[in-house]
Design a protein around this ligand. Structure first.
Ligand code: CMC
Length: 437
């Protein structure tokens, strides 16, 4: 029992409290009994950016950041990337077990038959400016699906939820491909049910006048592996948004759009686009040392480096390097890769990065690969959002099924003014004293 209880001595009141640990963690609500008197609200925790707060229990993804381990539902990411297709992994992430052959066939069939967009949604996409950022188009169009499927509001109905899951996983590649075709002024290509998930996506992106588009099998496989690596990553910024918005019982389309909005930032999924900009700015291998020095001097960050959880090599970055080799076999060498490798080599032996345990993350190499495959940097984060939709939906379902979850609503430490009287406009010129903290 002893190791499951923690004693807290309150020096303000001389009281001691025996607080039980829940699966090794202290329940923040248990601290509320620690008071200085009957009028005291009780002790809160203060944790900006959730540096040390578990917001949920989850059985989906396990990460050991110190040892560089990532597992979905207990299976090591390396094994899944080698032996599975993305849709097989999507099933695992969403439903907890690897599918049997019959389950997989049904799952693939369902996803394949939900890839089309309503024609009005296609028209909606046409309304964007020619130079609209694909991520902005993606976020808005996913949100707009909410208007097409009002039944999605039945979030407590398991069958309705399943249908929206099919729709979202089926339609996100179509939306992504349409954002690209729109920006190039190309006609949209409808989904082709004969093709696998990555091949169909490539077909919708790149088919021109040929009767049947043939994706290079190595490139289709590499894309599938990248999708597997990006499927989920436990309570990251966008997963947290998915859960927070979902906790208000909003429908999964707007929740997914909100999560995608979180992903679009340069510190999260937008980093892959930033890595390419950085490599272009460096320009050549010999300029890498000077660039690293400028980062150390406080001029920006090394994009694609560092992680809140990984304090070791990101296991996904290792697998991406393997997949990159297969891509470059097809597309030929890439001078950007040389710059990236040099950047990694120099940073990994530099005291600044070693001390802070900053290693390449998933975004460091993915962009270089995507570009070699023919994607524009603006598309990179959209490529991240397609597979991550699976993780968001798994997190959303788990949140809804968890009896302990309620609407997400953190507390604050108020630092503003005490109550003060209204000042009529003619008496306002004098600056009020700033609030004291
Ligand atoms: N380049 C240079 N210094 C860095 C970097 C970097 N990429 N990342 C962190 N640091 C420094 C930071 O300045 C701080 O130094 P000090 O202790 O002297 O103040 C120290 O390392 C700790 O960093 P932090 O900002 O407290 O770490 P965090 O956990 O809050 O941030 C991060 C994690 C991923 C936002 C950050 O490492 C970063 O901005 N990296 C670049 C952007 C990036 O690659 N993001 C993709 C993350 S992986 C995929 C995803 O989540 O979508």
């Amino acid at each position: 029992m002893e190791d499951k209880v923690i004693s807290i001595a309150d020096r303000r009141t001389q009281a001691t409290y025996e607080l039980p640990l829940h699966k090794g963690a202290l329940r923040a609500m248990d601290l509320r009994q620690i008071k200085t008197g009957p009028d005291d609200f009780g002790l809160m925790t203060y944790d900006p950016a959730f540096m040390n707060t578990a917001s949920c229990e989850s059985a989906i993804t396990f990460i050991d950041g110190d040892r560089g381990i990532l597992r979905y539902r207990g299976y090591p990411i390396e094994q899944l990337a080698e032996k599975c297709t993305f849709l097989e992994v999507a099933y695992l992430v969403l439903f907890g077990e690897l599918p049997t052959s019959a389950e997989l066939a049904d799952w693939v069939d369902q996803i394949t038959h939900h890839t089309m967009l309503h024609e009005t949604t296609k028209k909606f996409l046409e309304g964007f400016r020619y130079d609209a950022h694909p991520m902005g188009m993606f976020i808005s169009t996913v949100a707009a699906l909410s208007t097409v499927y009002p039944g999605a509001r039945n979030v407590h109905d398991a069958e309705a939820r399943k249908l929206q899951i099919y729709r979202l996983i089926g339609k996100v590649p179509t939306i992504a491909a349409y954002t690209y075709r729109h920006s190039r002024g190309f006609p949209y290509v409808y989904p082709d049910n004969d093709l696998s998930y990555p091949e169909n996506f490539m077909n919708m992106l790149w088919k021109m006048a040929e009767p049947k588009y043939q994706a290079h099998p190595h490139l289709a496989k590499a894309l599938d592996v990248l999708f597997i690596l990006h499927a989920d990553h436990e309570q990251n910024c966008s997963a947290n948004v998915m859960r927070a918005v979902g906790s208000s019982l909003a429908d999964p389309f707007v929740c997914t759009a909100a999560a995608a909005a979180a992903l679009s930032g340069p510190l999260h999924g937008g980093a892959n686009e930033e890595v390419l900009k950085m490599i272009d700015e460096i320009g050549s291998k010999d300029r890498v040392p000077a660039y690293v020095e400028s980062v150390k001097a406080g001029h920006g960050k090394l994009m694609g480096f560092g992680h809140r959880i990984y304090k070791n090599y990101d296991p996904r970055a290792r697998i991406i390097k393997w997949a990159a080799d297969r891509v470059f076999e097809v597309t030929g060498g890439n001078p950007k890769l040389e710059i990236a490798l040099e950047l990694e080599r120099i940073a990994l032996q530099d005291e600044y990065f070693v001390k802070r345990k900053l290693y390449p993350n998933v975004d460091f190499y993915s962009g270089i690969m995507y570009q070699a495959m023919g994607f524009k940097p603006e598309m990179f984060t959209v490529l991240f959002a397609i597979p991550r939709t699976v993780g968001w939906l798994a997190q959303w379902q788990e949140m809804l099924a968890d009896p302990e979850q309620k609407i997400a609503r953190p507390r604050q430490i108020y630092t503003g003014h005490e109550a003060r009287d209204f000042v009529p406009i003619e008496k306002r010129g004098v600056k009020a004293a700033p609030p004291t903290r």
